[in-house]
Design a protein around this ligand. Structure first.
Ligand SMILES: [Ca+2]
Ligand SMILES: [Ca+2]
Ligand SMILES: [Ca+2]
Length: 318
């Protein structure tokens, strides 16, 4: 259903680019004659072709539950399209001030905030980035709005806030603590829509040794938003050469890599739609955003389907 929304590109859009180079597109109010039905750059067939997979999935018996850790900003779990998509810690009683399951975190019901070391996973607009990723992966199919790639009855989002502030930044420490939590609390997949020029050896070793699958954004180019080769100029964790890291570029709806998308035949494994992706944002909203941060959750959604069907999926690259 996501590709259908491309029609709306011919509306006069308000585009703002945030400090991460992520475009946020807001639509003008829908009214008669408010939009031009003209052509778009979309090529037929350049989409994730999800409907046949949904049909096959419907026939499947014994579906498994998959937990996807979104290590990102926080997530607005009260969004109507996400409220039933969140992982709920089965051993934790909410709001009693007690660490009921003894995992070291008090009242960690849907995840944890590693930036502020508390259980507050949502603080408003600053949590747009993670909220958008969560919607692409597993927004509810039942209640209007959008539909995520995966079925939120079986695929649940664990919210691990490790990025925040105006620039959506975190530290290796917050990310490593989030990875440790994800692993200890049963996540099988981690969505990592972020990157940096540096990487600590400790973090690389932790990811290499992990049983989880990491879906990582390849990054959105240089300061002019021109994509570059991350085999030559590494971005981490995207350029880490491990079998359990799947690095994702941003595919335009004309079938070409978006010009801002980083690439690299060794480091980048796959490209997925990441340009003008409509998904959930805070305050019950929806917005278009663009970048490899939007492409990675597409792949995360698909991989969670793989795990739904099969107990163990072994990754081999090249
Ligand atoms: Ca706990
Ligand atoms: Ca508790
Ligand atoms: Ca929905």
């Amino acid at each position: 259903m996501l590709e259908r929304k491309l029609d709306l590109l011919t509306v006069d859009l308000n585009v703002t680019t945030d400090s991460n180079g992520v475009d946020t597109i807001s639509l003008p109010p829908l009214a008669p004659n408010n939009f031009k039905i003209t052509s778009t750059l979309a090529e037929p067939g350049i989409d994730v072709n999800i409907q046949p997979a949904w049909e096959l999935y419907k026939q499947m018996e014994n579906k498994r539950t998959v937990t996807v850790a979104v290590i990102d900003t926080g997530i607005d779990a009260t969004h109507p399209d996400l409220a039933d998509s969140m992982w709920v810690n089965p051993g934790e009683i909410p709001g009693d001030g007690i660490d009921n399951d003894g995992n070291g975190y008090i009242d960690d019901v849907n995840g944890w905030n590693f930036l502020d070391n508390n259980n507050v996973l949502y603080s408003g607009e600053i949590d747009s980035h993670g909220t958008h990723a969560a919607g692409t992966i597993a927004a509810s199919r039942d209640d209007g709005g959008i539909a995520g790639i995966a079925d939120n009855h079986f695929v649940k989002i664990m919210s691990l806030k490790a990025l925040g502030g105006e620039n959506g930044q975190g530290t290796p420490e917050t990310v490593m603590a989030a990875i440790r939590y994800a692993e200890a609390n049963g996540a099988q997949i981690c969505n990592l829509s972020f990157g940096s020029q540096g990487c600590t050896e400790e973090m690389a070793a932790m990811m290499k040794a992990s049983n989880m699958l990491f879906i990582v954004a390849s990054g959105n180019g240089d300061e002019n938003q021109i994509g570059y080769n991350i085999d030559q100029d590494p971005v981490y964790p995207a350029s880490l050469p491990y079998d359990n890291i799947l690095t994702v570029g941003n595919l335009m709806f004309n079938g070409k890599l978006d010009r801002s998308s980083n690439y690299g035949p060794v480091s980048v494994d796959i490209a997925a739609p990441g340009t003008y992706i409509l998904s959930t944002i805070p305050d019950k909203g929806y917005a278009f955003m663009s970048g490899t941060s939007m492409a990675a959750p597409m792949v995360t959604g698909h991989c969670s389907y793989g795990l739904l069907c099969k107990a163990r999926v072994k990754c081999h690259r090249r």
